[in-house]
Design a protein around this ligand. Structure first.
Ligand code: KG4
Ligand code: ZN
Length: 337
């Protein structure tokens, strides 16, 4: 059988995205990021779903045109069912159902977190190198922080995870405390390049095993700044780069320590990172360094596959297509994972 052409839709948070894949090869991946939330310093759910409604038709059209395929060539529609914001998910789910019904093709439901991890199997060329099982993946996004052991595409064991906030959430909150704008991750990453990572130290909690905790780091950062600002109201403005470099170092260092622990414990020789925070330049270089030190094969995703995108939903959909794992037309979205 010829490789299936899959249209995929992602609308779980504040990015509206559609992609087309032929088998595991990506043909197009269109992402419309919503700017409307910047002025509020975070995602406003009602505005997000409204923006998805405005974006979804042009984004899907652009993905199909960009792929150079005809609508009738599409064999299935994959969509993010959850977790995410319910109102946002609803837009993608409804669109996917309507499209599938109109074309008379099957639907495939995809879990957003599995999609982030499976993004490593997207091929841009036939020569693209993908991981082999088993491998470990550090999944770090705005909503999740997990160390996963993958034995197969959909066989993921959680080796460790955050017991409170996600790493991306902590980074975004640190940026918000400094009034840097939203989303804070890319801004901190950029400013940190000019700063001294050893300038300040923030308390990292002692957590058992491979688990993480980020809420204490955030509080420690907040109290530290409150004390310094009492002495000098311009403290943040004067030391912005050093503050960004130090908090980034603190969070990435913590992520890496537990990742290395899990890798050592499991004896697995391949390690990957995924999710929005995997776009962070320090995390990317630290994972590469870990690979050289421990003789591991390292998989760092391309930037377009780090933050939310539909290509990752498409690749997860493709593996489900091969298993004949199709979804019911009546399926509702889910907010929690
Ligand atoms: O995966 P994602 O797009 O959405 C969720 O599923 O949550 O991740 C978004 C998160 C945000 O917290 C954002 O600040 C963070 O990824 N992020 C970064 C960078 N780019 C995005 N964090 C640190 N450095 C970056 N370069
Ligand atoms: Zn995500």
């Amino acid at each position: 059988m010829e490789k299936p052409v899959i249209l995929s839709i992602e609308s779980s948070c504040d990015d509206t995205s559609a992609a087309v894949l032929r088998g595991d090869r990506i043909l197009s991946n269109v992402i419309a990021s919503q700017k409307v939330h910047e002025q509020y310093g975070g995602v406003v759910p009602e505005l997000a779903s409204r923006a998805h409604q405005q974006n979804i038709v042009p984004v899907v059209d652009a993905a199909i045109r960009g792929a150079g395929v005809e609508r009738r060539e599409i064999d299935a529609v994959a969509f993010t069912r959850g977790p995410g914001l319910l109102g946002s998910l609803m837009v993608g789910v409804s669109f996917a159902k309507g499209f599938a019904q109109a074309q008379g093709i099957p639907l495939i439901e995809v879990n957003h977190l599995q999609a982030h991890v499976l993004s490593h199997f997207i091929k841009e060329t036939d020569e693209s190198v993908v991981p082999k099982f088993p491998f470990i993946c550090l999944l770090v996004s705005g909503g999740h922080t997990q160390i996963l052991l993958l034995r197969d595409y959909f066989d993921m064991e959680v080796l460790g995870q955050t017991i409170d906030d996600a790493a991306g959430e902590a980074i975004d909150k640190a940026a918000k405390i400094m009034d840097l704008g939203y989303p804070g991750g890319p801004i901190i990453d950029r400013l940190a390049k000019e700063g001294n990572a050893e300038a300040y130290r923030f308390a990292v909690p002692q957590i058992q095993g491979n688990d993480y905790s980020f809420s204490g780091i955030k509080t420690s950062f907040l109290y530290f700044l409150r004390d310094r600002l009492a002495e000098d109201p311009d403290f943040i403005v004067k030391n912005k780069a050093d503050l960004c470099a130090s908090i980034q170092q603190c969070i990435v260092g913590f992520l890496m320590r537990k990742l290395e622990r899990a890798v050592k414990e499991s004896g697995v020789k391949q390690v990957a990172i995924a999710g929005g925070v995997s776009a962070n330049s320090l995390l990317r270089s630290e994972v590469e360094r870990l690979g050289r030190r421990r003789h591991l094969q390292v998989f760092v995703p391309k930037f377009q596959f780090c933050t939310d995108n539909a290509a990752m939903v498409g690749i997860a959909g493709y593996f489900k297509f091969l298993e004949g794992d199709f979804a019911d037309m009546a399926l509702p979205p889910y907010a929690k994972g």
